[in-house]
Design a binder for this molecule. Structure first.
Ligand SMILES: *Cc1c(COP(=O)(O)O)cnc(C)c1O
Length: 407
């Protein structure tokens, strides 16, 4: 290096150093100034109607002495959801997992079914309980959903279906999946546990594929404490699903199938009716919170959002960011651990990948080399606190805390 160059180098540093120091100073100052939350802030909180609004339902159920077996509350909820989800057929279940078990059985799936490793354990487990081998397929880096371009090479003569998940309520590439399914004569089941209220071009998300499953677990935006539903186009599935839900009983004396007990009871259904009245309000609040998050985090290098397309109405189930370690300067795990010091408890949905579970990692398709995108993304995603009761300034504060970690 020449003497000349060296001199300019020194000059350049001389100029920038005070600024850099100032920036560091400023950030330290900011860190010191942000105090943690007094009460813990969790990723979500169940939407609960005021108790006095639920009591009249209980009174009615007590009066009827009918606690389960498809009573009045069940029928009212079913009708309400058919209307809201804009679907032709819907069958309620006592949770999303039993609904999924029945869906797989009703379509006579067997052998192998292609699915995503980036989901909740219930998705692959439902296949295994039906004696089906889950074949893990890699995901799309943008949507985090199953990548249709990687499905075809996984299809073998014993593949009978695709079980895809609308992760975080973002719709899968439904068209491409259907094209593949038609070409190879496969059934499609969608796990829409996160997608209650999602619409694509004004079409309810429950209208695609052969069957769609919804979960109404307490952590989901619309819930019945525990609960679920299946929606489907083919109304011929209805009697079979009802039998599978009720011990396989065809009538009082005939048992046609080895069915489950998957019935939603009257108290669950009534809770759903009560919660439904507050769903819209919660949805509006979450919409606002999402905007505040986006406004405050959008210009931070290394942080990106999982975005809905313009044609999609979002379910607002989760607010999820991806943290790129090299660009943000800190890993997702660092951010998660540090946030805990401020009494903020986001979640690593979904960590670990299903393909890395003890019970699935020996399956050939679970090999890390086959799933590069999923194995990368699983270390980047973070679901931030997201529920209607969060105040604007609390959301802003969470963003400021995250910003203060950047290095
Ligand atoms: C919640 C969830 C389920 C399971 O639903 P349950 O109603 O809790 O049985 C299945 N799949 C996904 C992706 C979920 O998030």
């Amino acid at each position: 290096m020449s003497h000349q160059q060296n001199a300019t180098h020194t000059k350049w540093y001389a100029k920038i150093q005070p600024l850099t120091l100032f920036a560091i100073e400023f950030k330290n100052e900011m860190n010191k100034r942000i105090k943690g939350f007094k009460k813990p802030i969790y990723v979500t909180r169940p939407l609960l109607p005021p108790l006095e609004k639920f009591i009249p339902y209980l009174r009615e159920i007590w009066g009827s002495k009918r606690l389960t077996n498809i009573g009045k509350q069940h029928q009212l909820l079913e009708a309400k959801l058919i209307n809201f989800l804009k679907v032709p057929n819907l069958t309620l279940f006592n949770n999303g997992t039993t609904a999924l078990l029945a869906a797989i059985r009703s379509l006579n799936l067997s052998g192998k079914v292609i699915t995503t490793p980036f989901t909740f354990p219930a998705t692959p487990h439902a296949l295994v309980w039906n004696k089906i081998e889950p074949i893990f397929c890699d995901i799309d880096e943008e949507t985090l959903n199953i990548d249709p371009s990687k499905i075809e090479k996984l299809i073998t003569p014993d593949t009978t279906g695709i079980l895809a998940v609308h992760v975080f309520g973002i719709p899968c590439d439904i068209e491409s999946l259907q094209t593949i399914a038609d070409r190879y004569n496969l059934k499609i089941i969608f796990d829409a546990a996160h997608a209650f209220g999602t619409e694509v071009n004004n079409i309810g998300i429950g209208n695609f594929g052969d069957i769609t499953m919804f979960s109404f677990h307490a952590t989901k935006l619309f819930h019945t404490a525990e609960g679920g539903a299946l929606t489907y186009k083919d109304k011929k599935l209805k009697p079979k699903l009802k039998m599978l839900r009720n011990f396989g009983l065809k009538n009082e004396f005939e048992v046609e199938l080895p069915g489950l007990n998957g019935k939603m009871n009257e108290i669950q259904a009534a809770l759903g009716l009560a919660v439904f009245k507050y769903w819209k309000d919660e949805y509006k609040k979450r919409k606002r919170i999402k905007l505040i998050y986006e406004e405050n985090l959008k210009d931070i290098e290394g942080i990106t959002f999982i975005q809905d397309k313009k044609s999609t109405k979002s379910s607002l189930q989760y607010f999820v960011i991806k943290i790129n370690r090299s660009k943000f300067g800190r890993s997702r795990d660092y951010v998660l651990e540090k946030l805990k010091e401020y009494n903020v408890f986001p979640r690593k949905y979904f960590y670990p990948l299903c393909s890395n579970y003890q019970c699935y990692k020996s399956i050939k398709s679970a090999n890390v080399q086959n799933l590069p995108v999923a194995n990368k993304v699983v270390n980047e995603v973070l679901a931030l606190p997201f529920y209607g009761d969060l105040k604007d300034n609390e959301v802003e504060k969470i963003c400021n805390i995250i910003k203060s970690f950047k290095s």
